[in-house]
Design a protein around this ligand. Sequence first.
Ligand SMILES: Nc1ncnc2c1ncn2[C@@H]1O[C@H](COP(=O)(O)OP(=O)(O)OP(=O)(O)O)[C@@H](O)[C@H]1O
Ligand SMILES: [Mg+2]
Length: 310
Amino acid sequence: MIYTVTLNPALDKTVEIPSFTVDSVNRITAMRTDPGGKGINVSKVIQKLGGQSVAVGILGGVTGRGIQSAVQEMGLETSFYFVEGETRTNLKVIDPVNRTNTDINEPGLTVSKEVLEELLSQLLARLSADDLVVLSGSLPKGAPKDTYYSWGTACRERGAKVLLDADGELLAAGLEASPYLIKPNNHELSRLLHKTLETKEELAQAARGLMERYGIAKAVVSMGGDGALYVTREETVYAEGLKVPVGSTVGAGDSVVAALAVAEERGLGLEEAVRLSSATGAANVMCSGSQAAEYEVIESLLAKVVFHRL
Ligand SMILES: Nc1ncnc2c1ncn2[C@@H]1O[C@H](COP(=O)(O)OP(=O)(O)OP(=O)(O)O)[C@@H](O)[C@H]1O
Ligand SMILES: [Mg+2]
């Protein structure tokens, strides 16, 4: 089974306001709400790929219950832990006239160490060897910065493969847990190493350095429209970015993580994993907002993925 962990979910509320103006009354012409958070996005894409996952996370209040029912209505299995307080709503104001995007994000829940420990022990009780655990996204207030270290280590010691997708100090801490796979984008990898990595060779070398230093089996370095590098202990593959019409690049990385988890669970070889994850990333870029692409679109892109060994 694949478990996705979303410790800091959000309800994403997207509203369209033509000629949005501060200090004035604004009228919404269209709106939608989507359960958000990187782990939840990963679970949505796993489902489109025909895989199964359990979305684990922390929710609170009316917003939290709304997220849980929306996710369950999509047919996803969930194991959310409810706490006092209200899950954050992140408001995105899109102005089609002035072509602006304004984000107004709530601070969200504060979570105690005890809650995190309880949630982790619930997860560990369900885990068996060869399960996959996806740790991705930000942490709620109150969570220690080394949360991905403690969670990653505990899951790995249970025999699970840990896939880590985080940024900054959360990524730095998570690496210490020797995850099975990491998926930084080029900017995250540069930030981590405090230098601007530009070429494919520089990025691949940096990934290999981390793999050796921390005992990581696989690293996928995504580069937006420029594709991605797939580094294993034996080889390095560069997959070109697919030329697709861009709807929204939000969650492209989450889609890649979902495909990598499914590929791992199915025991696919490197080439198949490269095809599946590149096609899944590109297909999701074609969708608007954080909507997940349908499998037919992903499937139609599989044969178009071009990759080379470096
Ligand atoms: N403009 C694009 N055109 C085609 N494919 C894209 C584009 N942007 C992203 N992709 C695909 O999605 C993958 C992941 O994208 P990206 O590197 O932007 O992830 P990310 O920065 O982790 O995204 P996020 O964290 O917002 O989900 C890329 O490797 C590529 O396959
Ligand atoms: Mg990302």
